[in-house]
Design a protein. Structure first.
Lengths: 485, 347
């Protein structure tokens, strides 16, 4: 399609036609409608204007199309309002010069017919009250999006004129005649030069309606199979708000070429009008077709290949991206408590709170402590990174010197009387050495000291009650600990 | 008064470093977000994202890669800049500028050490590259958004929330935000020295570490280096190292350039000038400065950046480096299997 279009463009580049008068009004409609103040009050009591600004019309896209080409039912004067309705799908009187086929919007009409917007007034384009359409109809007609905009954007006008002049000399060599240049050449050139819609404006078109959250709440959706009517989901209502939070929306907001617009994903093919519900199997946004849709040229090309099903499942309208203020019931069970992320967060939060409380309590109670070893993993750090022996081995080493602890752990004090007497003597010798070294407060080893002291106490009581004092053997493990570190 | 004394006791370079982190945080995070706003962003996502463009999607071509690069062009440039500075000066971004790891570290340093989790002794290189591989390859295929566990969202949002912005609060009470907040608490605030997220999960840090390790051999590279003959084995550097990069091997400090952030704290605390942040020395290795009366004199320290420490012995009795490719591969497989089980149970 694009290629044929391009060839056509190449042909059209050689043209030689004088730009004829464009204020044609063969049917004489403007003899009345050109009057300013041609107003009336319709049956709904709405003040309406029937004035047509001839200059504005002529500069519009349909400026070269005579009124009666579209308003076919208007035959005589005065005409009824109902007769002014237009069928955009009907063929025009304008002919495509090379083929002689009458131009028609029917292709787009057919595509539109398949889309979710199919129930609009697209056959009664300019007929009827615009206000009434907006208020009563949830599906758009053609004109709701395609207002008869100016032919060429003002910013592009100079460029267009340049191209038009060029076309007269170049394309006009072959494509001579008024039909080519006046009616069709400009039309084609506009497509290339006057392409005035970028992604931001494309999205703005959709957001005009879909951004109106209150209006979207009033939409009724119909199940294709059961024909049951139901109110729309919150996901549908918030679709434009959540989209702007995604990377796609953010890139387009930043005027980047890499963001995907609404149409890029929802109607990537053909004439960009076939927007289907994501539940429809033919829809571009159906899960089965996402690989193809996301993998369009310049986008995520790899999604066409297997193994990317997970990637295409990324939710582009995720409600979790939205602020609470925009939601109806923000903290519904399904949204929060039953969310896997939230479940994952709970144990982590509990651990975090425990650490916070512990940290605070420890700061209040023990903030003067100098030697601090972390509660969780501190011992492993000492062992792996510093190279000290593990805690148990340290305790063992501490108990090794007097050789008391290990023996008495078996609690057979009566059998080992002889040995214990020897160890007590050794312990006494050790404490005699220790008395020379200054004492240091050591919080960490308090527990160990106590146990050793208790054990030593038992043993010494068992042997000679008066000989040993309690504090003496308590000093022994400290020496071993110091020497180690 | 004790607080002021403690603040005064901070080494000079560390004061500078904390100041730089705060400055970077103020210019990169909300409510001012001065630097991101130069490109029309108010957080570190979108065009500024440094963490996404290298993800590998199955069947990806170079064209797809360049699309990713283009859509985050500024982030890619910043990432390249970080890697280049790393090559010359060590991981300056991570240690001195990164507001995400830096703020977690600063808040962690204000807490009592007793009730913190000591992550530094874990095999961090294996875990880091295990997760890195999982992040690059398995997460895209599984359909987990790389953004869902990203700290570069959480910290800016947290700051926004604290400065009263509505969107930040909204993020933090969303379920993804809660998980990230909890991760920030466990791997940041309540981690010993507050850098566990950087050690284990940060993909920028993982890529940066590789450059740091590769550059360590280059003659112009500034790195944290050890003069072995000066080290007394007092282990104060290992205790103070926030990355867990210093390990006492045979009672001598050994720096792991795969983890070191060149934060300079070890140099500040060492009483023996056994560590320094310098380029490799000009003099030849092991050559005496002069020989006096047949005695070789070594007055110049031999600054060593890389020590392949012969810790493990294999069956043939040869010594092998402790961090081997096999162990990293095992960690990758292990992490992938665990993650698939966890994710699978959620789906």
């Amino acid at each position: 399609m694009i290629r044929s279009f391009f060839l056509l463009f190449i042909f059209l580049l050689s043209f030689n036609v004088d730009a004829g008068p464009r204020y044609s009004d063969p049917d004489g409609c403007l003899s009345c409608h050109a009057y300013e103040g041609l107003n009336f009050i319709d049956e709904n009591g709405v003040f309406r204007s029937a004035t047509i600004d001839s200059e504005h019309y002529a500069s519009s896209l349909h400026g070269s199309v005579p009124c009666k080409d579209c308003h076919r039912e208007v035959i005589d004067y005065p005409h009824k309002v109902e007769n002014t309705e237009v069928d955009c799908g009907a063929s025009c009187h304008i002919e495509e010069p090379s083929e002689g086929v009458k131009y028609s919007h029917d292709v787009i009409h057919e595509e539109m017919d398949k889309s979710v917007h199919a129930d609009g007034w697209y056959k009664g384009l300019t007929g009827g009250n615009r206000l009434e359409e907006v208020e009563t109809e949830q599906d758009p007609s053609c004109r709701r999006c395609h207002s008869n905009t100016a032919y060429i954007a003002e910013s592009q006008l100079e460029k267009f004129k340049e191209a038009f002049d060029h076309a007269e000399t170049e394309c006009g060599n072959c494509h001579q005649g008024k039909a080519w240049m006046g009616q069709f050449g400009g039309h084609i050139l506009r497509r290339f030069v006057g392409r005035r819609w970028n992604n931001i404006e494309n999205n703005q078109l959709c957001i005009q309606c879909h951004g109106d959250i209150e209006a979207m709440r009033d939409v009724t959706q119909e199940d294709k199979e059961t024909h049951e009517k139901h109110p729309p989901s919150e996901r549908f209502v918030q679709s434009s708000a959540s989209y702007t939070k995604t990377l796609h929306g953010r890139l387009i907001d930043a005027n980047s070429d890499f963001g995907a617009s609404c149409i890029d994903c929802h109607a990537p093919e053909g004439w960009k009008h076939e927007i289907r519900a994501y539940t429809d199997e033919k829809s571009a946004s159906h899960p089965d077709n996402l690989g193809e849709s996301c993998g369009q040229s310049n986008c995520h090309g790899y999604t066409k290949k297997p193994g990317n099903e997970g990637f295409t499942m990324t939710d582009m309208h995720s409600l979790s991206l939205l602020g609470l203020h925009s939601m109806d019931k923000p903290l519904e069970d399904a949204d929060l408590w039953e969310s896997n992320w939230f479940r994952g967060a709970l144990p982590l939060m509990v651990a975090g709170i425990a650490l916070a409380i512990g940290s605070l309590a420890w700061w209040i109670l023990y903030r003067t402590d100098k030697k601090i070893i972390a509660k969780f993993g501190g011992d492993r750090f000492e062992r792996v990174m510093i190279g000290r022996k593990p805690k148990k081995a340290r305790a063992k080493a501490a108990a090794k010197k007097p050789r008391v602890a290990k023996k008495v752990e078996s609690t057979e004090a009566a059998d080992t009387l002889k040995e214990t007497t020897e160890t007590v003597v050794k312990a006494k010798a050790a404490t005699a050495e220790m008395k020379e070294t200054p004492k240091k407060p050591d919080v960490e080893n308090k527990v160990e000291n106590n146990t050793v002291a208790d054990i030593a106490k038992e043993t010494t009581e068992a042997v000679v009650k008066k000989q040993a004092s309690i504090s003496e053997p308590a000093e022994t493990p400290k020496k071993s600990d110091d020497s180690e570190s | 008064m004790r607080v002021i004394q403690n603040l005064k006791a901070i080494p000079k370079v560390q004061k500078f470093r904390y100041g730089m982190i705060l400055l970077a945080s103020m210019s990169l995070l909300g409510p001012l977000a001065f630097l991101p706003q130069l490109v029309g962003n108010d957080d570190l996502c979108g065009q500024l994202c440094m963490r996404r463009f290298y993800l590998y999607f199955p069947g990806m071509t170079w064209d797809d890669f360049f699309v990713h690069v283009n859509s985050a062009a500024i982030g890619v440039m910043a990432f390249a800049l970080i890697l280049i500075t790393t090559l010359f000066f060590g991981r300056i971004w991570c240690g001195y500028l990164c507001p995400v790891g830096g703020l977690a570290e600063l808040s962690s340093r204000m807490l009592n050490d007793r009730w913190k989790i000591e992550f530094r002794s874990l095999p961090q290189v294996q875990i880091r590259y295990g997760y890195f591989g999982f992040y690059l390859i398995a997460m895209p295929a599984l359909g987990i958004s790389a953004c869902s566990l990203c700290n570069f969202i959480t910290i800016p949002r947290l700051i926004e929330a604290m400065s009263g912005e509505y969107r930040g609060m909204i993020y933090l009470v969303s379920s993804v935000g809660l998980v990230n907040l909890a991760l920030l608490l466990l791997l940041g605030v309540f981690a010993s020295k507050g850098r566990a997220y950087c050690q284990f999960l940060c993909p920028i840090g993982a890529a940066d570490s590789i450059v740091n390790r590769i550059g360590a051999r280059l003659p112009f590279a500034h790195r944290i280096r050890v003069a072995k003959e000066r080290c007394t084995g007092c282990n104060i550097c290992a205790r103070n190292c926030m990355c867990g990069a210093i390990k006492m091997v045979d009672k001598i400090a050994v720096v792991d350039q795969m983890s070191c952030m060149s934060c300079h704290e070890c140099v500040d605390v060492c009483d023996w000038n056994a560590l320094a942040w310098t380029a490799p020395p000009k003099h030849k290795h092991n050559s005496p400065k002069r020989i006096k009366k047949n005695t070789e004199i070594f007055p110049l320290p031999d600054w060593q950046a890389i020590h392949i420490h012969p810790v493990k012995e294999n069956a043939e009795g040869r010594t092998v480096p402790q961090i081997s490719g096999v162990s990293i591969f095992n960690a990758m497989v292990f992490l992938t299997v665990i993650s698939v089980i966890i994710v699978g149970s959620f789906l």
